[in-house]
Design a binder for this molecule. Sequence first.
Ligand code: T1G
Length: 702
Amino acid sequence: MNSPVSLAKQGDVAVISVDNPPVNALSQAVRAGLISCLLSAEQDDAIKAIVIHCHGRTFIAGADISEFGKPPLTPHLPEVLAKIDACAKPVVAALHGNVLGGGFEVALSCHYRLAVKGTKLGLPEVTLGLIPGAGGTQLLPRIAGVERALTMITSGKPALAESLVDCGVIDQLLEKSSTDDLLTQVISYAQELIKQNKGVRPTSQLDVGKTSYALDTFVKWRTKLSKKARGQQAPQCCIDSIENATLLPFKEGMLKERAMFVTCRDSSQSRAMRHAFFAERKAAKLPTPSADNPDLPALNIDAVAIIGAGTMGGGIAMCFAKAGISVKLLEMSEENLARGIKAIRERYNQALKRGLMTETQLENCMALIQGTCDYQDLTDVDLVVEAAFETMAVKQQIFSKLDEVCKADVILASNTSYLDINEIAKATNRANKVLGMHFFSPANIMKLLEVVRADATDEQTIKTVMALGKKIGKITVAVNVCYGFVGNRMYACYGREANLLLLEGASPEQIDNAMHKWGMAMGPLAVNDMSGIDIAYKARQENPNLPDDPAYFQAANLMVEAGRLGQKTGAGFYQYDKETGRRIADEKVLAIFHEQANSLNIRQRDDITDEEIQNRLIFALINEGANILSEGIATRASDIDVIWLNGYGFPRHLGGPMCYADEVGLDKVVATIKEYQQQLGDQYWQPAPLLLELISQNKKLI
Ligand code: T1G
């Protein structure tokens, strides 16, 4: 089979070209090809300098992640980089696109680096539960200094080439051009090196520079990341390995880095985070055969309308404007419209203050958002997202009006969190163009978009909206209709158990602390207080199929009925300090729950453990997720993980509820569910048939 790496000569410059689409990942063939071509060029006396470049849209974007978890293949990447570093002739990297992970390590091992403006360079290994495994923690500090290395490696965030010139990572920036132009310019640079007799610059021989960082740097970074990346192993290993670069000779630092990389690579946290990486990309692909049908292309969406300029409607409008799509924002009154547009500008200003957008970008986004109170202004849009009140009557009225004024092929989407899209579609004569686009609050921040296919939704509509979701920067998952679709249906089970535990004697802080200790960013009751306990309360009022159980979400109902809606009323499951907004445990709620428990004959217990809280909330998620899979509401277990990782803050280093269930062991999950069935009854704790089936076949969910 042809090697993805080839060698050519331009005069006295050797050109090593990598061509391994789609991202020139460092597969075994690429690693072997690099070594072979490098040795040939090094042994060729006619060659005075060597250039490494890549075909396609990017320089090497990293190791081939799909090889992890399989028996490692030689040559290992550190061996390749050692040969580049030690090469007797100057090696120049020609960089474009996304120079990430092992790709950046290849570049750092080269003696010179030229990059097209806009090139992104980074070491994202930590986002996969890894540390750079081919010298990144030893090379980057030697070129860019300790602080820059700590920032880039522990965050995993790439930096633009323009910002890496001063610190010496990039030797020359080149104008945006084609890959060929880039190569021509880099060859000229190499020829200049030869003319000026500029030789090799092995990075490994650079000194980290003892004065380039404060003595308490590593202590400070360990403390910071123990909070910011709580429970994660890889960020701490990154710090340890970068500190080794300041303490040990290069070779020893490399050996210790490799050992830590292997430990991380073989950890459950990295397996979970690599699963998340591929699951998100798989979710973007429709599981239907028409997904690749060229006769059914996704439609162009150049102009949209958003119905409702409230928190959700405004956030959704921001997503489209940020992607350069014009937005008609419709409200029922000029006053509501003005308030909504003002709120949008304020939220964009927050992004500006955080350096996430420029003043020009902000004004361009605002210019793309046109307010109106007249449906007649919507006749030229390609798609509408309705984000109005969460009642079926209101939505059907809006969809009927939209059906009247919009062009025949316009897609009509609802942002409903729970309601039946099939019922909404009945208000139109275009049910094939109606579906759900369920955004998560705040819509301009949260990455998840559930694309809800109704019975009559046609393939082209689904395909169009899946592509549109990616265009506006969302992680999209196609799901089918049921109450609450996938995420919220599972979230109701999670919240149900939290509410029942309150009536059984656990306090809000015990439940929240247990879930925080388990890995959730915030406990369920603090989250309820933050978003408003009345939101789900109103949804339950609209739900005709509530379980026949007077205790169901009764703790939350009592809070709402007592006017304790959460932070917005100064009290909910907790009290909130008027000055600081700080959350304070409130004995009053315990008395309310105790009284309710007595009236419902629920035995209050003082032996509720953190483990019981954690298992009841998380195994309730797992069990409902398995039922959702059996019913075909979600088509892949990995899709359910993508929803929970990106919509509900499930810890990424645990991979999502389905991945976590496999890690715990389905037999243990089911055995615990059976214990709850004995202890708490059949109503909520019947093991999902799919779990039983997988155990009998010795299979897993993922
Ligand atoms: N390995 C294998 N496949 C990869 C890959 C990789 N590193 N990166 C992308 N793909 C596949 C992806 O699954 C998809 O496949 C297709 O390429 C397009 O990807 C030794 C140990 C580069 C910014 O973490 O961030 O190096 O679905 O849809 O939106 O120290 O891909 O088409 O079949 O994401 O244009 C470090 C991961 C690895 C970079 C492009 N590198 N990739 O985004 O395309 S660890 C990374 C990305 C490492 C060293 C360590 C993005 C991208 P399919 P895509 P995109």
